[in-house]
Write a protein that binds this ligand. Sequence first.
Ligand SMILES: [Zn+2]
Ligand SMILES: [Zn+2]
Length: 188
Amino acid sequence: MSAADWSCRCGKLRLRVEIKGGKRGICYCRDCQAFARHVSGGVTLNAAGGTDLYPTLPERIEIVAGAEHLALLRLSPKGMFRWYAGCCGTPLANGLPDAGFPFASLHVAGFADTSRLPPVTAHLNVGGATGPVAEKPSAAYVWAFPILTNAIWARLRGRHRRTPFFRNGQPVAEPYVLTLEERRAATP
Ligand SMILES: [Zn+2]
Ligand SMILES: [Zn+2]
C-alpha cells in the first residue's frame, strides 16, 4: 500500500494519506483563491492563482499529529467546507458539509514528496486564473464523475463514517463563515 505524508507549514498538523490512483488537478476558481488568500496569504497558489488538488476519500486520511489544529472555513453560509491548519493557516482540504457524502480534495502543497501522487491531468475553472495558463482547460464533469462514483460506493458500504472531519455527523471544528468584507478582501 502506498502512502504519502502531508504536513502544514509549521509541522503541527500532520497526516498520512493512502494513495490509490485517482486524479489530480489545478483549480483556478476564485473561491479556491479566496480561501488560500484568507488563511495563508495565498502562499500555496501557483503563479496564475491555481490550487493543486488531489481529491480522495476521507477514510484514506489518517491524522498523525495535531488533530486539535483542524480548523474550518466557509466563504458563505452555504459554501463548501474548507479545512485548514489553524496553527499556521495552511489550506488542507475542500469538502462538503454533508458527512454522508465522503469527499475531500486535499491541497497538494502540503505534500513534501508528490512522487506517489498521480500527475496533474486537469486544469479547472481556468477563467478565474490571474495569469496565463498554457494547458488546455478540462471539463468539470469529467473531473467530478469519478469523485462522485467513489463517494457513492463508499457511502453504500457505510465507510463515510471513517473520517477525520466529522464525528457523529457533526464537523470536528466549528465552521467560521467569512464576512462579506473578508470575502471581498480575499477574492482576487
Ligand atoms: Zn501548522
Ligand atoms: Zn476551486
